[in-house]
Ligand binder design. Structure first.
Ligand SMILES: [Zn+2]
Length: 121
């Protein structure tokens, strides 16, 4: 049994992200809350936990989304992107992917740390 993954019967653990808590890592959500607080703007979550049979999981079976350790935050303009990136860095996130319309952030300790990458689209 995994204890640090939120189960549906538990009470809500995060201040801002109640809607995406299902199967998400509790420490990850706490850090995301901190970043949201610091940024002072809404974080619109495009994608959080993904089941192993999700089409994107099949494309990328090692995705941190499957582990409940990642979200994609909507960011379509430079100001929003800047605020979110600053906040993620300040609270200590160090795995960040930047796309044209969103920012991926994860807390996957099994992958390279201190990396920022770009998506092709
Ligand atoms: Zn992602």
């Amino acid at each position: 049994m995994v204890f640090d993954v939120l189960q549906p019967q538990q009470k809500k653990m995060s201040k801002y992200f109640e809607k995406i808590e299902y199967k998400m890592d509790v420490d990850f959500l706490a850090k995301l809350d901190e970043a949201r607080e610091y940024a002072g703007i809404p974080f619109i979550i495009n994608s959080a936990y993904r089941s192993p049979d999700h089409s994107l999981s099949i494309e990328n079976p090692t995705s941190s989304h499957i582990k409940g350790l990642a979200v994609d935050i909507k960011a379509k303009d430079s100001t929003t992107r800047g605020l979110i990136l600053d906040a993620l860095r300040v609270v200590g996130f160090n795995r960040i992917g930047i796309a044209k319309t969103f920012i991926h952030v994860d807390l996957d300790m099994e992958k390279s740390q201190n990396v920022t990458w770009l998506y092709k689209q």
